[in-house]
Design a binder for this molecule. Structure first.
Ligand code: CTP
Length: 220
């Protein structure tokens, strides 16, 4: 299969020296890219800045902002059979990027933000992607209900949900415990290392892709 993976945080510039970002380490996305390549798939990793090494045998497309990630995905997704959206994309970005370094003025300052485009939510509706579509949902409450809402709204075959209110798993940890949330059912998986979990998830995605309901014909 040809597999596209988004990973890591996005970085939203405020002025030439400042930016907004988030705590995503990129570990889960990179582990998925490494596992997919080891299982013989052709992998394109579109990633925001991380401290991780690019996995062996993976094509790498670095981006910084949510807008750059949107453009990279839009130009590449049509060539792929499976798209996995593991990136922590900023939902808002500064409404304007100051050309010069902002000077301090009063005791308070207000930064105006505007919504970014939902890349996963555009994959089917705007970009016309017909392959297997997998999203992630980082939740702090009502994990399965919220993830199912995302799965249905964004036309995913599967959403990988995790509870980021738990300190021992998730964002910067090397372990994760996730629930597979399908449009019509869900299945919790045991806590595992991100590396081991990544292999298991890739096998699951291969299974979905090989079913008639998980590939091209169902998304016309
Ligand atoms: N995502 C994306 N582009 C965005 C925002 C999110 O591709 N601009 C993808 C993430 O990579 C992840 C999933 O969407 O796969 C997570 O969605 P999230 O931002 O949690 O969903 P929302 O529907 O925006 O939910 P919330 O109301 O919790 O903000």
């Amino acid at each position: 299969m040809k597999v596209l993976i988004t990973a890591g945080p996005t970085v939203e510039p405020i002025d030439p020296v400042r930016y907004l970002t988030n705590r995503s380490s990129g570990k889960m996305g990179y582990a998925l890219a490494a596992a997919a390549a080891k299982r013989g798939h052709s992998v394109l990793l579109i990633s925001g800045p991380t401290t991780l090494e690019i996995p062996e045998g993976v094509d790498y497309l670095p981006i910084e902002s949510a807008t750059e990630m949107y453009q990279a995905v839009e130009s590449q997704i049509g060539r792929h059979d499976l798209a996995i959206f593991a990136a922590a994309v900023a939902d808002y970005t500064p409404a304007e990027i100051a050309e010069q370094k902002l000077k301090k003025l009063g005791a308070e300052m207000t930064l105006t933000l505007k919504r970014t485009k939902d890349i996963l939510g555009s994959a089917r509706k705007v970009m016309g992607f017909k392959g297997t579509l997998v999203g992630f949902a980082a939740e702090t409450e009502n994990v399965v209900e919220n993830a199912r809402g995302k799965c249905l709204r964004k036309d995913c075959d599967l959403v990988i949900a995790n509870d980021v209110s738990r300190r021992d798993i998730g964002f910067d940890s090397s372990e994760n415990e996730v629930t597979l949330v399908y449009p019509d059912r869900s299945e919790p998986l045991p806590q595992d290392s991100k590396e081991h979990l990544a292999f298991h998830l890739i096998e699951i995605f291969e299974g979905i892709h090989s079913q008639p309901s998980g590939n091209l014909d169902n998304h016309d």
